[in-house]
Design a protein around this ligand. Structure first.
Ligand code: KG4
Ligand code: ZN
Length: 344
């Protein structure tokens, strides 16, 4: 079965084709970074308009790359939430209309499920069950994953997400958008150990996170009279290490609690090299293994949506309600259920 996947929840327009027999046939992406850079963050209205401009071209490009005619598609999957309402509406409208015109099912998908399952697209995929650490711009969650749609929340951030903390701290240090990768790059040129930053909720006894205090601690350092901007790289390194220490400790605690030894890391912050090095070492020490998506699939993309759609379609999922453009800008992942076949 061949599924076209459309991702438009934030500042990336992604279109891909996944074939349940042949794997990923096409993966096209347009990043809006240049569009939003002048504003220091994503401007929702500009994001929506750019998705409108890009989607038709990217769909044509993906079909050409896959060597498919439109009539050969078996379904159109799209991100229905969570995300920016206007941006989601663009992808949902295009996907629903396209699927209707082809007479194939449209599959409204959860963005985080896409991220969560994306490491399964790698050459050496993890087997269920596993613990997933989802670290994106909007979410920081630890989850026990038994199968597609079978997710149990173990812990999550009570305030800022890890990516959000990276982005806000990058702003405090005068770095541009997108802040996370720039802060990580600066941290790699600095040394840890000069600034004593907190490890929030490290000993809270649960699997929840909190990152807003860490950001405030950085604010206090840069607002002090004796702050020297030449020390920004060292401060970035200490900030990054503090986030990584907490993410590592809680991930290990989640593995211990569930008795599992496989960790899957997904979402944009999963691209962070310091996080990867620390998690790899910690899991290797206990005979476990960490799985990541391929580097190109760490941030938002259409491949993860095409893939999650194909898994659900292959498991027999069909739309139960008539075609409609429905989006969920806020949508708890825990509401998902395993694929549901139509009663026909
Ligand atoms: O998953 P994603 O692409 O989009 C969301 O669904 O949020 O994640 C984007 C987040 C941003 O906050 C970005 O700053 C962060 O991931 N990020 C990083 C790195 N690359 C992206 N944070 C730390 N280190 C990185 N290398
Ligand atoms: Zn994402």
């Amino acid at each position: 079965m061949k599924v076209l996947g459309i991702e438009s929840s934030c500042d990336e327009t992604g279109v891909a084709v996944y074939d349940t027999d042949a794997g990923l046939l096409a993966h096209c992406l347009h990043s809006q970074i240049d569009l939003h850079a002048a504003y220091g963050g994503v401007v929702p209205e500009l994001a929506s308009r750019d998705h409108i401009r890009r989607l038709p071209l990217l769909i044509r490009q993906a079909l050409a790359e896959a060597g498919l005619a439109v009539g050969e598609l078996d379904a159109v999957a799209y991100t229905a939430g969570p995300g920016l309402a206007g941006a989601l509406l663009v992808g949902a409208s295009v996907a629903e209309a396209f699927a209707l015109s082809l007479g194939v099912p449209a599959l409204p998908l959860h963005h985080l499920e896409g991220h969560l399952l994306s490491p399964l697209l790698s050459a050496d995929p993890p087997a269920f069950p596993f613990v997933a650490l989802l670290v994106s711009g909007g979410h920081t969650q630890l989850m026990r994953v038994r199968g597609v749609g079978d997710y149990a929340l173990l812990g999550e951030s009570v305030d800022d997400a890890a990516g959000e903390a990276f982005d806000k701290t990058a702003k405090l240090l005068g770095l541009g958008y997108p802040g996370g990768p720039q802060l990580a790059a600066l941290a790699e040129t600095g040394a840890t150990g000069r600034f004593r930053l907190p490890r929030p909720m490290l000993r809270s006894g649960d699997l929840d996170f909190s990152f807003s205090g860490l950001k405030t601690a950085v604010l206090n350092v840069v607002s002090a009279d004796d702050w020297n901007p030449a020390d920004a790289a060292d401060l970035a390194a200490d900030f990054q290490q503090a986030v990584v220490d907490v993410l590592c400790a809680k991930s290990l605690a989640a593995l211990k609690k569930t008795g599992l030894n496989t960790l899957v890391v997904a979402g944009g912050v999963g691209a962070n090299r310091c996080l990867r090095a620390n998690l790899d070492a910690a899991l290797a020490a206990r005979g476990g293994r960490v799985h990541y998506p391929e580097p190109a699939l760490c941030t938002d993309n259409g491949a993860m949506i095409a893939f999650a759609g194909a898994l659900r379609l292959a498991a027999g999922e069909r739309r139960l309600s008539p075609p409609a453009v429905r989006i969920r800008p806020r949508w708890p992942l825990m509401e998902l259920r395993p694929p549901l076949a139509a009663a026909d």
